[in-house]
Design a binder for this molecule. Structure first.
Ligand SMILES: Cc1cc2nc3c(=O)[nH]c(=O)nc-3n(C[C@H](O)[C@H](O)[C@H](O)COP(=O)(O)OP(=O)(O)OC[C@H]3O[C@@H](n4cnc5c(N)ncnc54)[C@H](O)[C@@H]3O)c2cc1C
Length: 321
């Protein structure tokens, strides 16, 4: 079968890897490369994991999937020193990161997959018994027997027709935003932690990005806003957001961070999941459309992997699609 996958984050790539042995798979990604929310922003001489900071492992399935990457040191422990403030708590589970940047895992997965980057799918059209993907430039791609979206729930809802049986669930799924402030310094700072988790808005998390394994040496800090706070300020002036986060982060660090020579703000419109779909994936056998992603199961890296893996099982099962 010809299968189109929208999105080259961990879910889309996990799915593509599994399905490509038995099917003709095409992957379309609107960004310049794979990674999605596990991405790395380079700004010479700095690099920032401006999406996922680290991830944890609960299931044997995810653990087994990661092992070959751990063997090659592409996935490694982050031996950090965390301080929790404002009522925040952090589990003592092992924290893993990809190296040399968070996008390393998705890049490795995408290596031998036909990812077409820089293609922003706008909508789907029927073509006889199949589907055409129409991109923002008006190009018609396909036809495909199946289309699977791994885009965040709101974006999947907009892409798929109203007749998709999962539309109600997509509408009930809620995601929240996040601001990421990337700070690069010419001289290293003396901070007593490598990561700080805050329970008080506007800051949710701060980390010395350059302390992660394999990152460029020049000293860098990544500041993330609280998700609910971001949700209330998504459309505010970015300069104002940057100033608010910089002041609040300096107060938490008890160090003036305004001397950073590199200060760039990134807005994630859909970062975390407030209300998950509550099902590992959504599938409409009649329309031959399906959706997966972290938002199905709870909004973490492991959830993205498990959602895609369970959807792939469905395609591989004898009674499946
Ligand atoms: C700021 C931030 C911090 C986070 N921190 C953590 C953390 O510490 N630990 C943790 O476990 N998780 C964290 N997460 C969540 C984690 O990043 C996600 O759970 C995971 O990366 C989701 O993977 P995914 O494949 O489901 O979705 P995504 O990575 O979002 O992949 C979807 C892809 O679809 C593409 N796409 C969307 N629409 C279209 C379209 N129309 N056409 C073409 N392509 C399209 C997008 O560009 C994207 O690449 C964080 C996320 C953010 C943003």
């Amino acid at each position: 079968m010809k299968i189109a996958i929208i999105g080259a984050g961990l879910a889309g790539l996990t799915l593509a890897k599994r399905l490509s042995s038995a099917h003709e798979v095409s992957i379309y990604e609107k960004a310049r490369g794979p990674g999605g929310r596990m991405s790395t922003r380079r700004a010479d001489p700095y690099a920032f994991d401006h999406g996922a900071q680290y991830f944890t492992v609960e299931s044997d399935r995810f653990r087994a999937f990661l092992q070959p990457f751990r063997d090659k040191d592409l996935i490694t422990r982050w031996p950090k020193q965390v301080e929790c403030v404002g009522g925040a708590r952090l589990s003592d589970k092992e924290k893993l990161v990809a190296a040399p940047g968070m996008n390393g895992l998705c890049k490795a997965l995408a290596d031998d997959l036909p990812v077409q980057a820089g293609v922003h799918i706008d909508h789907l059209e029927r073509d006889g018994g199949g589907w055409l993907l129409v991109d923002k430039a008006g190009a018609r791609l396909g036809p495909f027997d199946w289309v699977i979206s791994s885009a965040p729930s709101v974006q999947t809802a907009a892409l798929f027709p109203d007749a998709f049986s999962g539309q109600t669930t997509l509408d009930q799924t809620e995601m929240t935003g996040c601001f990421a402030l990337m700070l690069g310094f010419e001289t290293p700072l003396e901070l007593p932690w490598t990561a700080l988790k805050s329970g008080t808005a506007p800051i949710g998390w701060m980390a010395v990005n350059s302390s992660k394994p394999g990152r460029p040496e020049p000293y860098s800090i990544l500041v993330q806003s609280d998700n609910e706070w971001a949700e209330q300020h998504l459309e505010d002036d970015p300069d104002e957001i940057r100033a608010i986060l910089l002041e609040a982060a300096s107060a938490l660090a008890r160090t003036d961070l305004s001397g950073a020579s590199h200060q760039v703000l990134h807005r994630w419109r859909y970062a975390a999941t407030r209300t998950p779909a509550g099902a590992p994936y959504l599938i409409d056998q009649d329309l031959q459309l399906a959706a997966c992603g972290d938002w199905c199961l709870g909004g973490k890296v492991e959830a993205a992997f498990l959602s895609a893996s369970e959807l792939a099982d469905q395609f591989e099962s004898p009674s499946g699609t």
